[in-house]
Design a protein around this ligand. Structure first.
Ligand SMILES: *Cc1c(COP(=O)(O)O)cnc(C)c1O
Length: 421
């Protein structure tokens, strides 16, 4: 169809859900990411996600009961938002006849690329992961989907530098979010958010920031929709870093670096990275999906912040895990990195930047089951017994823990415990 006059026109495709491209939450909007013909598209039904209010999370954040929306991207086939982008990158990989595709990953990118390769059967996959840095839920996916997994000594930033070299010399198709087609696919997350709000623009989009692909894609989505006359205003964007991986926060908020029409002060950012190297400063956070100190989409994210009158905040691992427990108790749950969005929204409300009456959308980027270790460590902790890994990341209390209760296998004792709730 030609580009619609109104975003509402896309809704008509809901009645064609037996057609794979109309069923996909990404390709339903294919006129807004027009680089492939219908026959070329590789889809596995990604983007069947939903936007949901949560009264308990709204209260935790401090906004009106109906003002907090959670966009559950964990409902994607591989359990994270990465599938929105990987369907597009896989499509492009097959368009150019790639035989092998590769990525470096903190886990979700590799899980996503691996599932597309195993379904499409058109190219093989090599994934690079850092040592001891990957949550088991994610590693298990790459292994199970048949991806060749190379574990190198180092962290994500090391793995990414290496995979870029390998792709260059071996002619392998690179699927990290430097791949622009991934960002095209990830624009659809914002289309679905608007759809979930009956095409009304919210006041805030709050998203965790790692490699900054999502935030960059969101900015591009809104810029284009505005230019096409399909929306009349652009929401504000809040990108939330973990304190232990806060490059964007440092450069944008502390050093005041701005997009400046594309002529941003590159000396300032390269000085920052030189110093980071000299001090051998490594990213460190329990939110492993955003444990990244050298975001590849850094400059694009400056543009997104410019387009969306954006702001950046950092939150501690304590705040992230507390917010995660609140999301779990108040909805479908998420992995640690995702909860940075809710922790960030709460901080911005405290600061008075977000108002109680604002409509705030937090992006829950990954599924709760991706990283069960973090969840169990938090909930099993008591004031006397804290998990060592949590403590090493500054998490020294667990106000919302809900640990298993150990009871003797004795009916009366079990009933007594239940009656005491
Ligand atoms: C990849 C990922 C992020 C970070 O997204 P970027 O686009 O790299 O900023 C956040 N949360 C989860 C669960 C992820 O998988």
């Amino acid at each position: 169809m030609p580009l619609p006059q109104s975003l509402r026109d896309f809704e008509k495709r809901w009645s064609h859900r037996n057609r794979p491209l109309d069923f996909s939450g990404v390709w339903r909007f294919r006129e807004l990411l027009p680089f492939a013909s219908d026959e070329q598209i590789v889809t596995i039904g990604e983007g069947q996600t939903m936007l949901k209010t949560s009264q308990p999370v709204a209260r935790y954040v401090g906004v009106n009961d109906d003002g907090l929306f959670l966009q559950y991207e964990g409902l994607n086939p591989s359990g994270s938002f990465k599938d929105n982008g990987m369907t597009a990158a896989s499509t492009h990989a097959t368009m150019v006849g790639a035989k092998v595709a590769a990525c470096a990953s903190t886990g979700n990118t590799s899980a996503s690329l691996a599932v597309y390769a195993s379904v499409a059967q058109k190219f093989k996959v090599v994934v690079f992961v850092g040592s001891g840095k990957i949550a088991f839920g994610k590693l298990s996916q790459a292994l199970d989907y048949g991806a060749k997994t190379i574990q190198i000594q180092g962290d994500f930033d090391d793995a990414l530098a290496r995979v870029r070299e390998v792709c260059q010399t071996e002619g392998i198709y690179l699927c990290n979010s430097v791949n622009p087609f991934r960002l095209e696919g990830q624009k659809s997350i914002m289309y679905r958010v608007l759809e979930g709000l009956d095409w009304q623009v919210p006041d805030w989009i709050v998203v965790p920031g790692g490699n900054l692909g999502n935030s960059s894609a969101f900015g591009k989505a809104f810029m284009e929709l505005k230019a096409l006359g399909l929306i009349d205003r652009i929401p504000r964007l809040a990108i939330i870093n973990a304190q232990g991986a806060n490059t964007l926060y440092q450069l944008y908020e502390k050093e005041g670096l701005r997009w400046n029409g594309g002529r941003y002060d590159r000396d300032r950012s390269s000085d920052f990275f030189t110093k980071m190297d000299q001090e051998d400063r490594r990213a460190s956070t329990l939110a492993s999906a955003i444990e990244i100190n050298r975001p590849v989409n850094f400059s694009k994210s400056l543009r997104a912040l410019d387009v969306c009158d954006g702001i950046v905040r950092e939150v501690s691992d304590q705040e992230i895990l507390d917010a995660k427990a609140q999301v779990g108790a108040g909805g479908l749950g998420c992995e640690p990195a995702s909860a940075a969005s809710v922790a960030g929204a709460r901080l911005l409300k405290e600061e008075g930047v977000i108002a109680a009456g604002d409509r705030v959308v937090c992006i829950l980027t990954g599924h709760q089951l991706k990283d069960p270790n973090a969840t169990v460590a938090y909930h099993s902790a008591t004031d006397e017994h804290l998990d060592e890994k949590l403590m090493n990341h500054g998490v020294n209390k667990t106000p919302f823990s809900n640990g298993p209760i150990v009871v003797e296998n004795d009916l009366d004792k079990i009933i007594n415990v239940i009656r005491s709730f």
